[in-house]
Design a protein around this ligand. Structure first.
Ligand code: GLP
Length: 244
């Protein structure tokens, strides 16, 4: 779906999420959301905060799982995804603190594999993700599933691509300070989400959007796996859609 601009597009996504939360509330069910970081979902989170403050949208039945976190990473460090999510969304809505999850960047290396299995098990125990929000990296990564990630990949510790680290290096004041690894939800859990919405804005994403939406389905471009999902939508502004 192509929108005139990212603000209009973000409002549309927020509306879909709000409607889903309300349907689940009426059914007395939790709403299980998969959330993303990066600049692309910022407008969505701002709109969800507005719906909470101005239209009484409650998040008390929402259970959220974030896609990824740098490793190692202190939760209150400037660039942690915990901090990002609190600043953009969680601190401004009525989600219960025990109901949001961001992968733990403080684990010992030895503890990571079990932790990742438990992260997936928690999602499974809730019946899977009702809706997964995604951005896309310039190389086609989703979460931190870099090029080469398999369609059945599990939640795990990954090495970040050079191109991903260069893109993030501005936030970390230099490549030498940018993490080399991260914990990411695997492609498999993303593909199992009942609904997937990938958001991308701007000319800079247009080539990778074309490759992901119209190119070969390949692990070289993990976002291309979404072509095989039965309820995935790319929400784009005109610039991001310009090569389609
Ligand atoms: C990071 C995140 C991804 C995100 C990507 C794109 O790599 N781990 O989940 O999709 O950035 O970021 P942006 O939306 O700022 O372009």
């Amino acid at each position: 779906l192509v929108f005139e601009n990212s603000t209009k597009a973000s409002k549309e996504v927020a509306k879909e999420i709000a409607d889903l939360i309300k349907v689940k509330q009426a059914q007395k069910q939790p709403c299980i959301l998969g959330l993303a970081t990066g600049s692309s979902p910022k407008g969505l989170y701002a709109e969800l905060v507005r719906l909470h403050k101005e239209e009484n949208l409650s998040f008390k039945n929402v259970i959220a799982f974030n896609l990824d976190e740098y490793y190692p990473m202190e939760p209150d460090s400037m660039n942690s995804y915990v901090r990002f999510m609190k600043e953009q969304l969680f601190d401004h809505i009525d989600i219960l603190p025990e109901n949001y999850h961001v992968p733990d960047g403080l684990l010992t290396k030895a503890a990571i594999a079990d932790y990742c299995d438990q992260y997936e098990a928690k999602i499974e125990a809730l019946g899977g993700l009702d809706l997964q929000i995604l951005g896309i990296g310039g190389n086609g990564h989703i979460g931190f599933n870099e090029s080469g990630s398999l369609q059945n990949s599990k939640t795990r510790l990954v090495a970040l691509d050079h191109i991903t680290r260069v893109a993030a290096s501005g936030d970390f004041s230099g490549l030498e300070n940018t993490p080399r690894t991260a914990i990411t939800l695997g492609v498999k859990k993303i593909m199992e989400a009942k609904r997937v919405i990938l958001m991308a804005w701007g000319e800079g994403k247009s080539n990778i959007i074309k490759a992901s939406a119209e190119g070969e389905v390949t692990s070289r471009v993990p976002a291309s796996f979404l072509q095989e999902h039965n309820n995935a939508t790319f929400i784009l502004d005109q610039a991001a859609a310009s090569k389609l």
